[in-house]
Design a protein around this ligand. Structure first.
Ligand SMILES: [Zn+2]
Ligand SMILES: [Zn+2]
Length: 249
């Protein structure tokens, strides 16, 4: 066998054995576990290099599955969720058995179909301490849980919060059939608003305006009658004076 140059050499890519798939730095890969019962390890390839014997090695940054983390899998962790760890390693490229895509959480939730190769990551993970970045995440529903993209949630048209059908006393089938959804808080608010609207605020104002108008009519009528009586009394009194004068004469 021809002797190769000693020393390490950076490679731009590596072809996965028995496939036409090419791995480049930055790609995410599935790596064969030592225990074949376990699912493949997931890693991000940082660097590909060949050593003086032409063995291809990959420097990887491991993704942890929730069950591999110190805190373990929690209810809000998705089936395809991974944590980008601070744990780096150098592995033989031979252990790479396939490629995968680790999506951002947002992009993952937009996928129409989640394939076997699709994963998502929303947390970075410190392997030594079990700490997560970010250490806080938005929570939803009455149960105040972070969003698990595997679970169906329905959005309330009132407060725009998302809810688990089960937490709202619904089955998933019932939730899927819903065209409109208001959570219990917003539907009770809605009832309060409706009863407020039903409360006759405007009609009472109209009634007051009506009473006032009627009062004006009465005043005008009274004024008119009074004036006409007064003028008539003037008329009578004038005529009376004329009559008296006539009688006196
Ligand atoms: Zn809930
Ligand atoms: Zn609501």
């Amino acid at each position: 066998m021809a002797k190769t140059k000693p020393g390490k050499k950076d490679l731009d890519s590596y072809s996965i054995k028995g496939t036409n798939k090419i791995v480049r730095p930055g790609d995410c890969v599935l790596m064969r576990p030592s225990d074949s019962d376990k699912p493949p390890y997931v890693a991000r390839v940082e660097k590909i290099e060949s050593d003086h014997r032409n063995n291809v090695k990959v420097r990887v940054r491991w993704y942890y599955r929730p069950e591999e983390s110190i805190g373990g899998r929690r209810q809000f962790h998705g089936a395809k969720e991974l944590f980008l760890s601070d744990h780096y390693d150098v592995q033989s490229a031979h252990t790479i058995e396939g490629k995968c895509i680790v999506h951002s959480f947002k992009n993952y939730t937009k996928l129409e179909n989640v394939g076997a190769e699709d994963y998502f990551c929303r947390f970075e993970y410190k392997a030594a301490t079990g700490g997560f970045t970010p250490d806080r995440v938005a929570v939803y529903c009455k149960c105040e849980m972070p969003y698990n993209p595997d679970d169906l949630m329905v959005q309330c048209e009132g407060c725009k919060d998302w809810f688990h059908p089960s937490c709202m006393g619904m089955t998933i089938e019932e939730a899927k059939k819903l065209e409109h959804f208001l959570c219990s808080d917003c539907s009770s608010d809605d009832d309060a608003k409706r009863s407020l609207n039903a409360f006759p605020v405007s009609p009472s104002v109209e009634a007051k305006v009506g009473t006032l108008a009627l009062l004006c009519v009465y005043v005008l009528l009274f004024h008119f009658v009074y004036e006409s009586l007064r003028s008539r009394s003037n008329f009578y009194s004038d005529n009376l004076i004329i009559c008296i004068r006539w009688l006196v004469q």
